[in-house]
Write a protein that binds this ligand. Structure first.
Ligand code: NAD
Length: 350
C-alpha cells in the first residue's frame, strides 16, 4: 500500500516504487501496488487525514510505504483536524508497537556528520523504540496546587508490552551481530525495573545465545557520542527512544537518508523516511529519495522476508554514493542530481 502523502512525499515514494519494480524484475518477484490518500491531501478530499477506506486498505496489505504528511496549508491551529492526526491514528489502528530506526552512516558521507570520522566510522546501530506505551500514552492532567498548578504524566508499562517489543529487538539482533542493549533508568523508575526484569527473563529463556547488556539512559546519551560502534541492537521505552533516536540520527548528519519502520504483529508494517514533507522544496524535483528507497529496503527485509533483495537495494544506494552522486541536500554545494535521476541511478546500480 502506497501512501505518498504531501509535499515531497509523492516525489520520493514514486522513486522508491520504481526501485521495488526493478527489484521485482531482477529477482523474479511480483509486487502489487495500490495508492490511497493520507495526510493533508486526504483532509482536502475526504475531510479526514486517514479516511476509513485508506485504513481498511492498509489492513489488507502486506506492508505500507508512506512518504510524509503535513504542510503550511494545514497548519492552522484552529483547524478541526491535522495531517499528523492521521499518523498517530494509523500507528494505533495497525498496532505498530515497535519503531525500528537503523543508524548507519555511509562512509562516503562521514564528513556530513558533526562528529569526527574516527568516532563514527563503522557505526551500525538498530534502534528499537517502544511506540504505543509509556508516558506519552499514560494518564495525564493538571490540577490546582498551592503554588498555582500541578501537571502530571504517568509512565506505565505492562509485562506484555515489554515482552513483545523485546522479542522484536532480540529477533533483529539474531539476524545481525547478536548483541542486544536495553536502555532504562532502573536506578530511579519502577517502570524501568519492570523492563529490566522482563527483558532479563526473555533473553535468558528465549535468546540465550545473544549477548545482552543494560545501560542507563543518561550514560547511553554519552556512549552514543563517544563509542557508537559498540552497539548493535538497542531496545528502549517510548520517551527514551524518542530522544535517543534523534541524537543517533545526527551521527549520520543527513536526514534525507534515514529510513524507519513501525512493526506490529500480526499485521502489516509501516515504512517511511524519517524526514517530513519538506514544503520548502516540494514540487522542485530536488528532494533526496534515498531515505524512502532505504525504507523500501526495510520493507523487503521485515515485512516480506526478502533479505537478499533488501541487501541489494542497500548496496545499490551505497554504490551510487561511492560513485559520487549527490542530491542537493548532501552535495555540500557541489554538483547535484534531481530526485528522478537519483532514483534512476539506484536502479542502474541494482
Ligand atoms: P522536514 O523534515 O520536512 O524538513 C526539514 C528540512 O530538511 C527542510 O529544509 C527540508 O527541505 C529538508 N529535507 C527534508 N527531507 C528532505 C529530503 N528528502 N531531501 C532534501 N531535503 C530534505 O521537517 P519540517 O520542515 O520541520 O516539517 C515540514 C512538514 O512535515 C510539517 O508539516 C511537519 O509537521 C511534517 N512532518 C511530517 C513527518 C512525517 O510525515 N512523518 C515527520 C516530520 C515532519
Amino acid at each position: 500500500m502506497l501512501l505518498p502523502g504531501d509535499g515531497i512525499g509523492p516525489e520520493v515514494v514514486q522513486e522508491a516504487t520504481k526501485v521495488l519494480e526493478a527489484v521485482a524484475r531482477k529477482f523474479g518477484r511480483r509486487f502489487q501496488f495500490e495508492t490511497r490518500p493520507m495526510g493533508g491531501n486526504a483532509i482536502d478530499s475526504h475531510g479526514d487525514p486517514l479516511p476509513e477506506e485508506t485504513l481498511a486498505a492498509c489492513r489488507q496489505a502486506d506492508a505500507v510505504l508512506l512518504g510524509a504528511v503535513g504542510g503550511p496549508k494545514w497548519d492552522d491551529p484552529r483547524a478541526k483536524t491535522r495531517p499528523e492526526a492521521g499518523l498517530l491514528k494509523i500507528r494505533k489502528e495497525l498496532g505498530l508497537f515497535a519503531n525500528l530506526r537503523p543508524i548507519k552512516p555511509f562512509s562516503q558521507l562521514l564528513a556530513a556528520s558533526p562528529l569526527r570520522r574516527e568516532i563514527i566510522e563503522g557505526t551500525d546501530i538498530l534502534f528499537v523504540r517502544e511506540l504505543t506505551g509509556g508516558i506519552y500514552f499514560g494518564e495525564s492532567g493538571r490540577r490546582p496546587h498551592a503554588s498555582g498548578e500541578e501537571a502530571y504524566n504517568v509512565m506505565s508499562y505492562t509485562t506484555g508490552e515489554v515482552e513483545r517489543v523485546v522479542r522484536v529487538a532480540a529477533e533483529a539482533a539474531r539476524r545481525r551481530r547478536g548483541k542486544l542493549t536495553m536502555v532504562d533508568k532502573a536506578n530511579v523508575l519502577d517502570a524501568s525495573r519492570l523492563w529490566r526484569s522482563v527483558t532479563a527473563r526473555i533473553m535468558a529463556e528465549e535468546f540465550p545465545e545473544l549477548t545482552y547488556e543494560v545501560v542507563l539512559v543518561d550514560a547511553m546519551a554519552m556512549h552514543l557520542l563517544s563509542r557508537p560502534r559498540d552497539f548493535d541492537v538497542v531496545v528502549t521505552e517510548n520517551l527514551f527512544g524518542d530522544i535517543l533516536t534523534d541524537e543517533g540520527s545526527m551521527l549520520t548528519g543527513s536526514m534525507g537518508l534515514l529510513p524507519s519502520a513501525a512493526l506490529g504483529t500480526p499485521g502489516p508494517g509501516l515504512y517511511e523516511p524519517i524526514h517530513g514533507s519538506a514544503p520548502d522544496i516540494a514540487g522542485q524535483g530536488i528532494a533526496n529519495p534515498l531515505g524512502t528507497i532505504l525504507a523500501a529496503a526495510m520493507l523487503l527485509r521485515y515485512s516480506l522476508s526478502m533479505e537478499q533483495e533488501a541487501v541489494a537495494v542497500e548496496t545499490a544506494v551505497s554504490a551510487v554514493l561511492t560513485a559520487g552522486h549527490r542530491t542537493r541536500d548532501i552535495a555540500a554545494g557541489q554538483a547535484s542530481v534531481g530526485t528522478q535521476k537519483m532514483g534512476a541511478l539506484v536502479i542502474a546500480a541494482l
